[in-house]
Write a new protein. Structure first.
Length: 129
């Protein structure tokens, strides 16, 4: 990953796997019944979107040389972008020219569609034309 030799599809697959494991594991650690945890995560709440973006951004930081290689201002900006992406994923659109933010939004929406393919039909009803 650090040499940027991971294909985007593999990057997304790794992020999705970690996302599912972490989101489910945190709920189990908090003594949530496993069936309730699965049902909750199937609804793709903000909590699980937050976990996905944390995984996505951490993987990006690793690819760029680790957390210590980022300036403080850059980290703060990425966390703000993180919030915009989560909000936009609930409203099906993000208006920004920032490449990393658009990539994070595309990754999150792709992961959400893969986890629940029926969302694509629902989302298409609400897209602006």
């Amino acid at each position: 990953m650090r040499a940027n030799q991971v294909e985007p599809t593999e990057y997304l697959r790794i992020a999705r796997t970690l996302w599912a494991d972490i989101a489910y594991g945190v709920l189990l650690d908090r003594n949530v019944d496993s069936n309730k945890a699965r049902l909750y995560l199937k609804q793709q709440p903000v909590y699980s979107r937050y976990i996905f973006l944390n995984v996505w951004y951490c993987m990006g930081w690793l690819a760029r040389g680790g957390f210590d290689s980022l300036p403080e201002k850059g980290v703060t900006n990425e966390f703000l972008d993180h919030q915009y992406v989560i909000t936009a994923s609930s409203f099906h659109g993000l208006l920004t020219k920032e490449t990393k933010t658009n990539e994070a939004y595309a990754a999150l929406t792709a992961a959400l569609r893969e986890a629940n393919p029926s969302l694509e039909r629902t989302w298409s009803l609400y897209r602006f034309r």
